[in-house]
Ligand binder design. Structure first.
Ligand code: FES
Length: 109
């Protein structure tokens, strides 16, 4: 597997997110703890709310539009809401955030 450096961990706000543009569209990189990151699609399956602008709590994010809550590990909506977001492999090494390169290469000509 090849990993692609998408920036410094410090550029992702604690309990916040940063948007990364890929060939598959925008991927939101969430930071839940000092060195814990998750990557998922930015668009909420409800009505497309920008999840990178949502509230990160624990390992979950709450959509800023209508407050659906998604588990960042599984992508599943929590509670009574039905839906899920795509999640992607991401890791942290030496203070850099690395995203699964296969994701970024998908859709390449
Ligand atoms: S768009 Fe996300 S909860 Fe409605």
């Amino acid at each position: 597997m090849s990993w692609i450096d998408i920036g410094a961990l410090d550029d992702v706000p604690l309990r916040g997110a940063r948007l990364v543009k890929t060939r598959l569209g925008c991927v939101a990189v969430f930071r839940t703890g000092e060195a814990e990151v998750f990557a998922a699609s930015n668009a909420c399956p409800h009505k497309g709310g920008p999840l990178s602008e949502g509230i990160v709590h624990g390992r979950k994010v709450t959509c800023p539009l209508h407050n659906w809550v998604f588990d960042l590990e599984t992508g599943e909506a929590q509670g009574a809401d039905d839906g899920r977001i795509d999640t992607y492999k991401v890791r942290v090494e030496d203070g850099r955030v690395l995203l699964d390169g296969a994701l970024l290469m998908k859709g390449a000509a």
